[in-house]
Design a protein around this ligand. Structure first.
Ligand code: EPZ
Length: 458
C-alpha cells in the first residue's frame, strides 16, 4: 500500500491487495549515501502516539468527530480500518484532517489479524466498554521490543467492575452490572497504554476514577484535552494522578488538533546533531523535549528554542562541525524512563550519536526488555556496541560504514536511516514498512534537508 497517497487508499479491506502490498513493502528499500551535511527546516507532523488514541476515543460518542494535524502514516490507516471494522465511517485523510462518524459503531470482535498489525488497536477496549458495557478484542501478541503485556490494563479495568476472560485468543470483557463504577486505581508502572484505556473507560463510569502513578506523556494530556472537549471532566493529566469524573453524556468533537510529534522531532534533531546542521524543527512544543535537548547538549551540540507556546515554536540544532575535523561528539550516558525521563522511543536514534562519539557511553533501557536489537545492525555498520542485560556499552568509533541493514521496528528503522546519513558509502535499509508506520514522508523530508536518499523497489 506504500506509495499510494493515503487519501486514495480504499478503506474496504482488500485482502489480496494487502497481501500483494505486503510483498511490495518487503521489497521496498531506502538507499542512503552518507557524508552530506543536512540543513534546513522541517515542519513536524501530529503525534502518532496521540492520534491513534484520539481516533479510538471518537467511538465514545454517537456522532462525527473531526481530528486535524493527523499524520499520513500507515498506522493511521490501520486504525481507520479497525474503526471501520467496528462500524464507524472514517473519511479519507485530506490535508491532515480526518472525520470519524461513530454513530453506527457496535461492540463487534476486533480480530487478531487487525490487532496483530496494529497493537495500538487495544485502545478500543476502554471506549467500547464505556459506551456498550462490553468488548471483544484480540489479545495483542508480543513484539520484537518486548512482551508488551496488558495485565495493567485488565487489572485496572477490573477495579472499575469489568470482568474479562480469554476465549480463543480474544479478551472478552464486560461490565458486571452493565455499568462501570469509578474506583481508585494505582498502576504498578506508569504505563501509557494502561493509563489511556483506564481514562477512556472511566469517562462513563459512575462517580470518580482516580488513576495513581499515571503516565505523564504529552500524548496523555492530548487525550485528556480531547475527552474534555467531549464533555468529560478530567483533572491532573500530565501529573502522576489523574481524576476522571464519569459523564452522563459524551459528545463528538467538532475539531481537535493533534499535538506535534516529539519523537519525530527528536529524530530530525539527531540528524542535525550527526551531520552538523543547522536543522530547525517547527510544529512541536520544545517543552516536550527537555530531556532529549539536555542530552543533545551533553553530546556537545548547540540547541536553541523559541517557545511562544503556540504554533510558532521552533528548535534549532547545530552539531559538532565534523566536516572541519573539529572535535567529535562527546560520549554521553542515557537512561530511558517514563516521561519526563528520556523517551525510550528516541533510544535507537541517540545510540547512533554515541556510536560515533569520542569515547564510551552507556545506554540503559528501563522501559522495554528487548529494545537493543538495533545495536546488532549498527555493529554491522562498524559500531562497537556490547549488550549486558539492559545496558548497552557503546565504544565510539570515528566512522561507520554503509551496509545493507534491516529495520526490526519503527524507531530502529529511523535509527538506521540516521546511521546511513553519516556512514561512509551507501546503506540499504530493508523492511522499511516499519518506518512508514510512524514517519510521514521521511525520505522526502531528509532529501529536502540535503540527504542523498531515495526509496527503491527491488
Ligand atoms: C506506548 O506503548 C507507545 N506506543 C510506545 O511507542 C512507547 O514506547 C511506550 O508507550 C512508552 O512510552 C503507542 O502509544 C502506540 P507502556 P505502550 O504501556 O502503551 C509494560 C513507538 O515506537 N507493560 O507504557 O504499549 C510493557 O511491556 C512505540 O512509537 C506491562 O507489563 O507502552 C513495557 O515494557 C513503541 N503491562 C512497559 O510496561 C501492561 O499492562 C511500557 O509499556 C502495560 C505495559
Amino acid at each position: 500500500m506504500m506509495g499510494v497517497p493515503f487519501e486514495a487508499r480504499p478503506f474496504a479491506i482488500n485482502w489480496h491487495f494487502l497481501r500483494q502490498t505486503k510483498e511490495v513493502m518487503d521489497k521496498e528499500v531506502i538507499k542512503v549515501r552518507g557524508g552530506n551535511r543536512l540543513c534546513g527546516k522541517v515542519h513536524i507532523s501530529g503525534a502518532k502516539n496521540s492520534v491513534l488514541k484520539l481516533m479510538a476515543a471518537s467511538i465514545l460518542a454517537d456522532g462525527t468527530s473531526t481530528i486535524t494535524n493527523v499524520p499520513n502514516i500507515s498506522d493511521v490507516h490501520m486504525m481507520a480500518e479497525v474503526l471501520e471494522h467496528l462500524g464507524a465511517h472514517v473519511s479519507p485523510l485530506q490535508n491532515g484532517r480526518l472525520s470519524i462518524d461513530a454513530s453506527k459503531v457496535e461492540p463487534k470482535e476486533t480480530p487478531y489479524d487487525l490487532v496483530n498489525k496494529l497493537r495500538a488497536s487495544i485502545a478500543v477496549l476502554g471506549p467500547l466498554l464505556a459506551r456498550f458495557g462490553e468488548a471483544t478484542v484480540s489479545m495483542p501478541g508480543g513484539c520484537l521490543i518486548g512482551s508488551r503485556s496488558i495485565n495493567m490494563h485488565l487489572d485496572g479495568l477490573a477495579s472499575l467492575g469489568v470482568t474479562n476472560e480469554l476465549v480463543r485468543g480474544n479478551i472478552v470483557a464486560r461490565t458486571k452490572l452493565g455499568t462501570l463504577n469509578g474506583a481508585n486505581v494505582r498502576l504498578p508502572f506508569a504505563s501509557v497504554g494502561a493509563t489511556e484505556n483506564l481514562m477512556l473507560a472511566a469517562t462513563r463510569a459512575q462517580g470518580i476514577t482516580t488513576i495513581e502513578n499515571a503516565a505523564r506523556e504529552p500524548e496523555i494530556v492530548d487525550l485528556a484535552n480531547f475527552l474534555i472537549q467531549m464533555g468529560v471532566n478530567i483533572v491532573g493529566a500530565g501529573s502522576p494522578t489523574i481524576c476522571v469524573y464519569g459523564a452522563e453524556c459524551i459528545l463528538p468533537v467538532q475539531e481537535y488538533k493533534t499535538v506535534g510529534d516529539r519523537i519525530e522531532a527528536g529524530t530530525y534533531l539527531v540528524a542535525g546533531a550527526l551531520t552538523g546542521g543547522p536543522i530547525t524543527v517547527t510544529g512541536v512544543c520544545p517543552q516536550h523535549l527537555l530531556m532529549p535537548l539536555r542530552k543533545l547538549r551533553e553530546f556537545g551540540c548547540h540547541c536553541e528554542c523559541s517557545d511562544d507556546g503556540v504554533d510558532n515554536s521552533s528548535i534549532t540544532i547545530r552539531g559538532i562541525d565534523l566536516k572541519e575535523g573539529s572535535t567529535r561528539l562527546k560520549p554521553t550516558d542515557i537512561q530511558t524512563l517514563p516521561y519526563p525521563g528520556f523517551p525510550t522511543d528516541l533510544q535507537p536514534q541517540f545510540m547512533v550519536l554515541a556510536a560515533i562519539a569520542n569515547g564510551s557511553s552507556v545506554i540503559t533501557e528501563n522501559v522495554f526488555e528487548n529494545r537493543f536489537m538495533f545495536a546488532n545492525e549498527l555493529n554491522r555498520m562498524g559500531a562497537e556496541i556490547s549488550i549486558e542485560g539492559h545496558h548497552a556499552l557503546i565504544k565510539g568509533v570515528r566512522n561507520l560504514s554503509g551496509a545493507p541493514v534491516e529495520a526490526s521496528d519503527l524507531r530502529a528503522g529511523a535509527g538506521l536511516l540516521l546511521a546511513g546519513l553519516v556512514a561512509e558509502g551507501t546503506s540499504i535499509v530493508n523492511k522499511i514498512g516499519h518506518i512508514d508506520r510512524g514517519y510521514e514522508q521521511i525520505v522526502d523530508r531528509l532529501a529536502a534537508l540535503g540527504a542523498d536518499i531515495e526509496r527503491l523497489t527491488l
